[in-house]
Write a protein that binds this ligand. Structure first.
Ligand code: APR
Length: 182
C-alpha cells in the first residue's frame, strides 16, 4: 500500500529518500537544496563522482542515480530528474512516470525496502500538481503490483495542498493509500 504523508523528507529515517534533482546533479534549490544541506558536503562530492553521460549531464531526465545519504537519517539518496513542464506535449507524463519506475528499479537492485518520493517536477519545474499526482500514483501502483518490493513506498508532501492532490489522484485511480500526518 502506498503511504501519503506531509513532512520534511530530509527528516525521514528510512532506507532511501528520492531527490528531485537536475541533470548536473550538482544541487539546486527546493528539495534538492534541502537534501544537500542536510546530507552535508560529502553528498556533492559523491554526485560529482557520478559519470557524465554527456557534458554537464550526470542523470538524464527520467533516469535515476544513487548515492549514500551521509549526514541524512536516510541511508541512501536516489536522485532522479523530472521533466520541466512545457504544456504536456513534450513527453512530460512519460518522463515523469519513468522517474518513478527507474527509481524503484534502482531501489530493488540495492535491496532498499522503504523509500519516500517528493512531488517530483511540481515545484520549479512547474508540472501541474493534479496531473503530476495522477502520473506518480499510477506509476507507483503499477510497479508495486508488478513487484512486491520496496515494501514501504511513501509519497512525502511538503505542504497540505500536495498531500491532497495525491489523495484525490488515489481516489480517481482507485489506488489504496494510507495516510498519516507526520
Ligand atoms: N521535503 C519534501 N518536499 C519538499 C521539500 C522538503 N524538504 N522541499 C521542497 N519540497 C517539495 C516542493 O514543495 C515541491 O512540491 O518538493 C517538490 C518539488 O519541487 P522542487 O524541489 O522545486 O523540484 P522540481 O520541481 O522537480 O524542480 C527541480 O529545482 O531545486 C532545483 O536542482 C533542482 O533544478 C532542479 C529543479
Amino acid at each position: 500500500m502506498i503511504e501519503i504523508i506531509q513532512a520534511d523528507i530530509t527528516a525521514l529515517a528510512i532506507d532511501a529518500i528520492v531527490n528531485a534533482a537536475n541533470e548536473t546533479l550538482l544541487g539546486g534549490g527546493g528539495v534538492d537544496g534541502a537534501i544537500h544541506r542536510a546530507a552535508g558536503p560529502r553528498l556533492l562530492d559523491a554526485c560529482r563522482a557520478i559519470l557524465e553521460v554527456r557534458p554537464g549531464v550526470r542523470c538524464p531526465t527520467g533516469e535515476a542515480r544513487i548515492t549514500p545519504g551521509f549526514d541524512l537519517p536516510a541511508r541512501h539518496v536516489i536522485h532522479t530528474v523530472g521533466p520541466v513542464w512545457h504544456g504536456g506535449d513534450h513527453r512530460e507524463p512519460e518522463l515523469l512516470a519513468a522517474c518513478h519506475r527507474n527509481t524503484l528499479t534502482l531501489a530493488r537492485e540495492r535491496a532498499i525496502d522503504s523509500i519516500a518520493f517528493p512531488a517530483i517536477s511540481c515545484g520549479v519545474y512547474g508540472y501541474p500538481r493534479d496531473a503530476a499526482a495522477g502520473v506518480a500514483l499510477s506509476a507507483l501502483a503499477e510497479e508495486q503490483h508488478r513487484v512486491r518490493t520496496p515494501h514501504r513506498i511513501i509519497l512525502c508532501a511538503f505542504d497540505a495542498g500536495m498531500a491532497e492532490a495525491w489523495r484525490r489522484a488515489a481516489e480517481r485511480l482507485h489506488v489504496a493509500v494510507a495516510g498519516s500526518e507526520q
